[in-house]
Design a binder for this molecule. Structure first.
Ligand SMILES: Cc1cc2nc3c(=O)[nH]c(=O)nc-3n(C[C@H](O)[C@H](O)[C@H](O)COP(=O)(O)OP(=O)(O)OC[C@H]3O[C@@H](n4cnc5c(N)ncnc54)[C@H](O)[C@@H]3O)c2cc1C
Length: 456
C-alpha cells in the first residue's frame, strides 16, 4: 500500500486546493481505476497539466529550501542511515529501492539549488531524451515492450507524464524529483567537500566525517556516491557570453529570447550534448519560452566534431533514430550552401572581445560540448582506489572504495559492458554506457541487497 510522504501529501493538498490547478487532480478521478494507487492518479494529472506541474515544482523547491528542515535532516543523519551525494536519477533509484526494501529514508546532499541532477539543469524543457517514451517495465534497448526511462519504485513513471514519442529533460526531472520527495530527505546547496576516514575498522557506527559547504558537517555510516557525469570539461575556456558550456547554453535556452543576436554559432563536440545543442540552434528542440524566427534566426552552425558524418545520406545511414532530424539540415539549399556544416576537425578557440575565433572564422557564440570531468571530493579519489561490487545473478553493480564504506553508482562508476550487452549490440552505441536503462537496475540491485549500515 502506497503511503504518500509528508512532502507528497502536502504537494497534493496544495495543488488540489488552488482554483488555478484543482482541475488537473479532479480530471484524473475518472481514470482512478487505471492506477495502482490514488496518489499516482493525482500526480499523473498534475504532471500532465503545465500550470499544475509548475506549481508542484515550485512547491518542492520551497519545501527543500526550508532551513529548519535542512538543519533537522543534517542532524538526524545518524549511523543507520545512508547518505547519498547528488540528487539525480541514480540517487532517486537508490532511495526508492532502499525504502521499499524496508530501510530508512536516505539523506541526499545536492550541491545545486535545484534538485534533480542533469535532467533538472533547467526548469523549462530544453532537450529531448534519446530513448522512446513507452509504457511498461524496464528492459534493454531494442526491446519494443520495454520502458527505457523506467525509474524503479517511482510514485509515477516517466511514461505517465506525456504521450510524446520522446520526452523532455524536465519530464524525467519531474519523476526524479517526485521520487526523492517520496523516499528521501533532501538538502540542496550542500556541496560535499570532503569525506574522512571512518574511525573503527570493524564497526561503521562511528561514521565517516563529511564536510559540506557552508561550514556544515555530519557523520555518515555509509555513502552512496552518485555525483554523476560531473562538470563540463573546458569550463576554464568559457566566458558566459561568446563561449559557453553546454549547461550555460541550455540555461540560456530556458530563458526568454535565447537566440537574440546569434547569427553564426559553432558547436564543439559530437556527443549527446553536442547534438542537443545543435537541435536548439536549428529550432528542432523543445520550443523556448520566447523565440520567433522572425526576430532571431541562426543563419549558420559550424559543428566541430571529429567522428560525425558530414552529409545527409551518411547521417541517415549511421546515426540513431532519435537524431535523424539533424541529418536533413546537412543538405545544401538551392544556393549550394547549407545552414549546418559538420567539420571533422578539432577546434582551437581564441576568445576576442565580442567574438570567438576558430581557425580565423568569427562566431557570435561557441558552445563547448566536450565531455565531462569528475567533481573533486577530498578523500574520495578516482576509480583506481575502488573495486567492483557484485551482486549474485546481476554482476558488477557499483564500485566500492577499498578503505571506506562508499559506493560509486551510475555513470560515475564506469561499469564495463557485460558480455550480454555486447552480444545484444548495446555496447556499439557509446551513449548507452551512461544510459538509464543500462545502469538503473544495477543501482537498484545494490540498494536492494546492501545490509543496514548498523548491521554491516
Ligand atoms: C544532453 C544529455 C542528454 C541525455 N539524454 C539521456 C537519455 O535520453 N537517456 C539516458 O539514459 N541518459 C541520458 N543522458 C545521460 C544521463 O543524463 C545521465 O546518465 C544521468 O543523468 C546520470 O544520473 P546520475 O544520477 O548519475 O547523475 P546526475 O543526474 O548528473 O546527478 C548528479 C548530481 O550530483 C551533484 N553533485 C556532484 N558533485 C557533488 C558534490 N560534491 N556534492 C553534492 N552534490 C554533487 C550534481 O550537482 C548533480 O545534481 C543524457 C545526458 C546529457 C548530458
Amino acid at each position: 500500500m502506497f503511503e504518500p510522504s509528508t512532502a507528497i501529501a502536502n504537494l497534493l493538498t496544495a495543488v488540489a486546493s488552488s482554483p488555478a490547478t484543482a482541475d488537473s487532480v479532479r480530471l484524473t478521478t475518472a481514470r482512478a481505476a487505471d492506477f495502482e494507487h490514488p496518489a499516482a492518479a493525482q500526480l499523473t494529472g498534475i504532471a500532465l497539466d503545465p500550470a499544475s506541474r509548475d506549481a508542484a515544482d515550485r512547491f518542492l523547491d520551497t519545501y527543500w529550501s526550508d532551513e529548519q528542515r535542512q538543519r533537522d535532516a543534517l542532524t538526524t543523519a545518524s549511523t543507520d542511515r545512508d547518505v547519498i551525494i547528488g540528487s539525480g536519477f541514480h540517487a532517486a533509484v537508490y532511495a526508492a529501492t532502499r525504502v521499499l526494501a524496508g530501510h530508512r529514508r536516505p539523506l541526499v546532499l545536492e550541491r545545486d539549488s535545484r534538485v534533480g541532477g542533469t535532467f533538472a539543469m533547467t526548469s523549462r524543457p530544453v532537450f529531448w531524451l534519446n530513448s522512446r517514451n513507452r509504457p511498461g517495465g524496464p528492459g534493454l534497448a531494442g526491446d519494443q515492450t520495454a520502458n527505457l526511462n523506467y525509474l524503479p519504485g517511482a510514485p509515477i513513471q516517466a511514461a505517465n507524464v506525456s504521450a510524446a514519442e520522446y520526452q523532455t529533460n524536465t519530464d524525467m526531472a519531474f519523476v526524479i524529483r517526485l521520487t526523492l520527495a517520496q523516499y528521501a530527505d533532501v538538502v540542496p546547496n550542500a556541496t560535499v567537500i570532503s569525506v574522512g576516514e571512518y574511525e573503527s575498522d570493524d564497526y561503521y557506527g562511528d561514521g565517516m566525517p563529511v564536510d559540506i559547504s557552508g561550514g556544515r558537517s555530519l557523520s555518515a555510516a555509509r555513502i552512496i556516491d552518485a555525483r554523476g557525469l560531473g562538470d563540463q570539461a573546458g569550463e576554464n575556456l568559457t566566458n558566459g557570453t561568446t563561449i559557453m558550456s553546454f549547461t550555460q547554453f541550455m540555461q540560456q535556452m530556458s530563458e526568454a529570447w535565447p537566440l537574440r543576436g546569434l547569427r553564426r554559432v559553432a558547436v564543439v563536440g559530437g556527443g549527446d550534448a553536442g547534438k542537443c545543442a545543435v537541435e536548439s540552434l536549428l529550432g528542432i528542440a523543445p520550443q523556448p519560452l520566447m523565440a520567433a524566427a522572425g526576430l532571431d534566426w541562426v543563419r549558420r552552425i559550424d559543428w566541430y566534431a571529429a567522428d560525425l558524418p558530414t552529409d545527409c545520406e551518411q547521417w541517415q545511414a549511421t546515426i540513431r533514430g532519435r537524431y535523424q532530424a539533424i541529418g536533413r539540415h546537412l543538405r545544401a539549399d538551392r544556393s549550394g550552401a547549407g545552414r549546418l556544416a559538420v567539420i571533422n576537425r578539432r577546434a582551437s578557440i581564441v576568445d576576442l572581445p565580442g567574438t570567438a575565433l576558430i581557425d580565423g572564422t568569427g562566431y557570435d557564440l561557441v558552445v563547448l560540448c566536450t565531455g565531462a570531468r569528475e567533481p573533486v571530493i577530498q578523500g574520495l579519489g578516482d576509480i583506481s582506489g575502488t573495486d567492483f561490487h557484485t551482486v549474485p545473478g546481476v554482476g558488477a553493480v557499483a564500485r566500492k572504495y577499498l578503505q571506506q564504506p562508499v559506493y560509486r553508482v551510475g555513470p560515475h562508476a564506469q561499469l564495463p559492458f557485460t558480455s550480454l550487452e555486447r552480444a545484444e549490440g548495446i555496447a556499439a552505441e557509446p551513449g548507452n554506457s551512461v544510459a538509464m536503462f543500462r545502469l538503473g537496475s544495477k543501482t537498484a540491485a545494490l540498494a536492494a541487497t546492501l545490509p543496514s549500515p548498523a548491521d554491516s
